[in-house]
Design a protein around this ligand. Structure first.
Ligand SMILES: O=C(O)[C@@H](CO)OP(=O)(O)O
Ligand SMILES: [Mg+2]
Length: 399
């Protein structure tokens, strides 16, 4: 019923104005799915390979499409993804590109859902999925690789941990974003926005902590539930010759651990992503040992949604949560495997967007399907609200 008739690939624009791969999957019974690959700026060294778009499309047309058309069932996600892996023949999708692979993988899932007449989260999660909704972590101030002349820390994330519903949480994050805009204006600090729609003010990290803390407190008082905040330090991007170089602050590994543990205490942080380098399993473990019972220590560049790297982390208690980005590993099946391994080992999962995005809302469905406790997908700006609004629709059963 869900046999694939055709896979079509094209280049479209992403939110940074770069080209990305879009895939259409049509089934013989008339089912249709469309999805586009996102793209990172602060990419981990161990991510699957994103090829230049035209190359990725040409290679996927040559190697993958003939193996899918007329032969594979879109409703059988494992078969689709195994076929993509076999067509590619490498560990890291360097032949057809993880950008082509993930676009096809997600488009096939949507086509499968379309034929079955089920929403995507239902198709992916099945009848026995949980009924929880993820708490959205919303980037409200940022810099690093996502904006110039802004904070050294890549992301300050609003975390509405006490929100009674996903809708309240989404609106609260937008309100925190708005409140920060007002605070910056009061201070006379001109602020552009970064790639993900977060404010990108020319302030020190210390000043950003003050502003974000004030904003989450103000909005928390107004909405009447607890809003904390968290960070993505994207530390691998600033790790040079054994030192962490955050703007003018240069720290050794021990000093970085001390600094981050201090921040967790001082600001009661709900979430800390990539506080240390992408190879620093032991340093991660040291930090997790110190503050892992107070906050989430999340591996993004550390784990790159890869079960082998996650298992290494589990073995040494490197963290207590993992960021899940399907394009880091190339297929939805691989992302599911990482989620399953994480969950079995008591790691929290955070399904995430990339800094370069499209209107594609697959990650909202993936988070609900897998009962992920968190989703990271910005606060404002169309390509971010595409996911947030989809979450609201899923909660409202209005798809
Ligand atoms: O580091 C991250 O977590 C992401 C998303 O916020 O950024 P990028 O997509 O640039 O890797
Ligand atoms: Mg990150």
């Amino acid at each position: 019923m869900t046999r694939i008739e055709t896979v079509r690939l094209r280049a479209v624009l992403d939110s940074r104005g770069n080209k990305t791969v879009e895939a259409d999957v049509l089934t013989e019974s008339g089912g249709f799915g469309r999805a586009a690959a996102p793209s990172g700026a602060s990419t981990g060294e161990y991510e699957a390979i994103e090829l230049p778009v035209n190359e990725a499309i040409a290679a996927a047309r040559e190697h993958a499409v003939p193996r899918l058309d007329g032969r594979v069932y879109a409703g059988d996600q494992r078969e689709v993804d195994d076929t993509l892996r076999a067509a590619d023949g490498t560990e890291d999708f360097s032949e057809i590109g993880a950008n082509s692979a993930v676009a096809i993988s997600m488009a096939a899932a949507k086509a499968g859902a379309d034929v079955l007449g089920a929403p995507l989260y239902q198709h992916l999660g099945g009848a026995f999925r949980g009924e929880n909704f993820p708490i959205p972590l919303g980037n409200v101030v940022g810099g690093g690789e996502h904006a110039q002349e802004a904070t050294a820390i890549q992301e300050f994330l609003s975390a509405p941990v006490g929100a009674p519903s996903v809708k309240d949480a989404v609106f609260a994050n937008a309100q925190v974003h708005g409140e920060i805009g007002s605070l910056l204006e009061e201070r006379g600090t001109p602020a552009a926005k970064g790639d993900e729609g977060a404010w990108a003010p020319p302030v020190s990290d210390a000043e950003a902590f003050e502003i974000v803390e004030e904003a989450v407190e103000t909005v928390s008082d107004d909405v009447g539930f607890d809003i904390k905040f968290g960070l993505d330090l994207a530390a691998a991007e600033v790790f040079e010759d054994g030192e962490y170089v955050f703007g003018d602050e240069v720290r050794s590994t021990e000093e970085q651990i001390e600094y981050v543990a201090g921040l967790v205490d001082e600001y009661d942080l709900a979430y800390v992503e990539d506080p240390l380098d992408e190879d620093a399993y032991e340093a991660f473990a040291e930090l997790t040992e110190r503050v892992g019972d107070q906050t989430l220590i999340c591996g993004d560049d550390l784990f790159v949604t890869n079960t082998e790297r996650l298992q290494e982390g589990i073995d040494v208690d490197a963290a207590n949560s993992i960021l899940i980005k399907p394009n880091q590993i190339g297929t939805l099946s691989d992302a599911f495997d990482a989620i399953e391994l994480a969950t079995r080992n008591g790691y929290e999962t955070v399904v995430s967007h990339r800094s370069g995005e499209t209107e594609d809302a697959t990650i909202a469905h993936l988070a609900v399907a897998t009962d992920a406790p968190f989703i990271k997908t910005g606060t404002v700006q169309g390509e971010r609200t595409a996911k947030l609004n989809e979450l609201i629709r899923i909660a409202d059963e209005a798809l």
